[in-house]
Design a protein around this ligand. Structure first.
Ligand code: ATP
Ligand code: MG
Length: 390
């Protein structure tokens, strides 16, 4: 018998009147991903989403669905008539299948009756199905407290039976919460920052700064690869690649050496703000984490921040590097992030960067620069890539 996939979503259900908006966006995001795999039908049945897809594609579909934000878990299930004999037979079959894969000895039947008109009630049905399984199989016992497997029976318009609940990331569907522009370096932190903000439903674009030919083409390729990995979760990403070498040269020639990093940072923020305004993007996103490096002291972050008016989201601000690294391994960006290509920030790295910059001092130093002109020139020459999911 063919299986369908059921998808449950947690937080969206709490959204009251907006719920349909969130659900419909989630369905659209699911269809976008599944259409690349094979023919499918996606439908809603009382606050769950179901997917019909050819069974050969189920594993691939699950792998891709796990990365769609808004989905809490996914279950391959039998869809059957609301008929008690069929329910009993399919329950046993589901449990036998699970035993083949996982060596299950104990089980518990869990009934969810969204259709309250269905008789018998949940407790009675669970008892009847449990008794049927025990009578028609060998080696299973019931354990209501800590079973090896649950046999879930969902009574809706149809009846659905499954044991597995494959965990996904949760969060909110991408596209339901505005747009953000991620400052994407080649490091470990910024891809994780983008992932975490996309998980809150934000559509992501990205900007990368480089100092070609001081930094290599391979450094640029690395960032494109990181963006590509992020598209698994975020969908398409527009990536703006901006050469800031001329700006860095200008700062290097005209400003105090120890302020090089912080002033470059302020340029990165200003350029990002300008791109954001043009693209109707609501916020910037960075991978800054308090105290991680010299430029990320509270004072340093404040001075960087003062260069722009647009809100800046810093999801990693209170996180330790170990925890950030763990997420980057989980989402698949780590291996690429640790490739040893030069970063534009190290091109004119001061020996002793200021750790407690004063805004007045920095603004004073910047007076010799033609800020607007430098920004406009850099933006004029920027390259835009449309990065699509594989
Ligand atoms: P990451 O691992 O993300 O590179 P980091 O720990 O190296 O972060 P910094 O180099 O201080 O920290 O950068 C702080 C943030 O500034 C980055 O997380 C990123 O959002 C942004 N940033 C730094 N360099 C670049 C760059 N070349 N292009 C785009 N954004 C950058
Ligand atoms: Mg970095």
């Amino acid at each position: 018998m063919n299986k369908v996939l059921s998808v449950s979503f947690g937080e969206i259900a709490l959204k009251g009147k907006n719920r349909f908006y969130f659900e419909n966006r989630l369905i659209r995001n699911i269809k976008n991903i599944l259409n690349e795999i094979g023919e499918n039908k996606v439908y809603k049945e009382q606050s769950k989403i179901y997917i019909e897809i050819e069974n050969d594609y189920i594993d691939e579909a699950i792998r891709k669905l796990r990365r769609i934000f808004g989905i809490v878990n996914i279950s391959p299930c039998y869809r059957i008539e609301k008929d008690i004999d069929e329910i009993m037979k399919s329950s046993l079959e589901t449990l036998e299948e699970a035993r083949k894969l996982k060596g299950i000895k104990t089980f518990k039947v869990d009934v969810n009756r969204a259709d309250k008109r269905f008789e018998p009630n949940s407790v009675e049905l669970a008892r009847e199905v449990g008794a049927y399984i025990l009578k028609n199989s060998e080696g299973f016992t019931v354990d209501v407290h800590n079973p090896d497997a649950y046999v879930h029976i969902d009574i809706r318009t149809n009846c659905y039976i499954y044991t597995d609940k494959i965990k996904a990331y949760g969060g909110l569907p991408v596209g339901t919460n505005g747009k953000g522009l991620l400052l994407l370096s080649g490091g470990i932190d910024s891809p994780v920052a983008g992932f975490l903000i996309a998980k809150r439903g934000v559509e992501i674009s990205a900007v990368h700064y480089h100092s070609y030919p001081f930094t290599s083409e391979r450094a640029e390729e690395k960032v494109k690869t990181l963006a590509k990995i992020l598209t698994r979760y975020c969908g398409r990403i527009k990536l703006f690649s901006v050469n800031i070498l001329d700006i860095q040269k200008e700062i290097n020639a005209k400003c105090p050496e120890d302020e090089m990093t912080i002033i470059s940072r302020r340029f990165m923020m200003r350029i990002a703000e300008k791109i954001a305004l043009k693209e109707e993007i609501d916020a910037l996103i960075t991978g800054e984490s308090l105290g991680q490096v010299a430029s990320q002291t509270i004072k340093g972050i404040n001075v960087t921040n003062s260069s722009v008016n647009i809100p800046v989201l810093r999801p990693l601000i209170g996180m330790d590097k170990v925890d950030i690294t763990e997420i980057s391994k989980d989402i698949g960006t780590y291996e690429t992030s640790i490739l040893p290509f030069e970063d534009c920030c190290t091109v004119f790295l001061p020996k002793h960067p200021v750790t407690r910059p004063k805004l007045e001092d920095i603004e004073e130093s910047e007076k010799v620069l033609n800020i607007e002109e430098l920004i406009d020139k850099a933006i004029e020459k920027m390259i835009v890539y449309k990065v699509k999911p594989e």
